[in-house]
Design a binder for this molecule. Structure first.
Ligand SMILES: Cc1cc2nc3c(=O)[nH]c(=O)nc-3n(C[C@H](O)[C@H](O)[C@H](O)COP(=O)(O)OP(=O)(O)OC[C@H]3O[C@@H](n4cnc5c(N)ncnc54)[C@H](O)[C@@H]3O)c2cc1C
Length: 181
């Protein structure tokens, strides 16, 4: 699963994904729902029958290329999730992954998948270890596939600080989780 970073790296990242995919490497790609261009990028991935992890996007790009208001980002996430869970995507062998801790979105995605005939192990939710654990248990108990990510290593402070640099909102999340412990 290849992460997606800054806006100016997208074309190179997608080119790398396609090259690996064409060489038969089992590879998947993250796309960011806050970006205007993602709908077109996603259409290409669905046509390829690829595996895509949809996230909202950790960076804060300008409003010339991205939705900047949370309700707009959420609405676009849901719109793109609808494409990922479409009958066409299913028929193409596309594999949807949803990287979100947002309960309302997760519930809507589950309902959409049921409606379009996806089995609960035919797509995946992914979250960070320790974040919104009640939702993690709820999804697991309902029979959905769930993968948890646990960043670890000696450079945890540099990693956390880099995330703050990408989006100042992460400072609040970092302090919150520190205080909870
Ligand atoms: C598996 C995975 C892979 C990702 N890969 C990428 C990537 O390649 N590129 C990229 O740009 N972004 C990536 N992200 C980050 C993603 O873009 C979002 O910034 C992040 O997931 C927060 O959005 P949300 O959908 O969880 O919803 P939000 O609405 O932002 O959050 C929902 C709830 O979860 C809580 N929450 C969310 N994140 C955290 C956190 N870190 N710590 C504590 N509480 C939190 C919020 O406080 C809120 O209560 C990834 C996220 C995940 C889970």
């Amino acid at each position: 699963m290849i992460d997606m970073e800054d806006f100016d790296m997208i074309d190179d990242t997608l080119a790398l994904h396609h090259r690996l995919c064409d060489a038969g490497v089992p590879v998947a790609q993250t796309l960011q729902a806050r970006l205007f261009r993602t709908e077109t990028d996603l259409d290409g991935m669905i046509a390829r029958g690829a595996m895509v992890r949809l996230v909202k996007g950790a960076m804060a790009p300008p409003d010339t290329v991205a939705f900047t208001k949370r309700p707009d980002i959420d609405a676009n996430y849901l719109k793109l999730a609808g494409k990922m869970l479409s009958v066409d995507a299913h028929q193409n062998g596309f594999f949807p992954v949803f990287g979100t801790h947002h309960r309302d979105l997760a519930m809507r995605i589950g309902a959409l998948a049921d409606q379009n005939g996806w089995s609960r192990d035919g797509f995946e939710f992914e979250m960070l270890y320790g974040v919104n654990q009640p939702l993690q248990r709820e999804l697991r108990d309902a029979g959905y596939r769930l993968r948890l990510y646990a960043p670890f290593g000696h450079d945890w402070w540099a990693y956390a600080w880099r995330r703050v640099g990408e989006n100042p909102r992460n400072l609040g999340l970092l302090l919150q989780s520190g205080l909870k412990r």
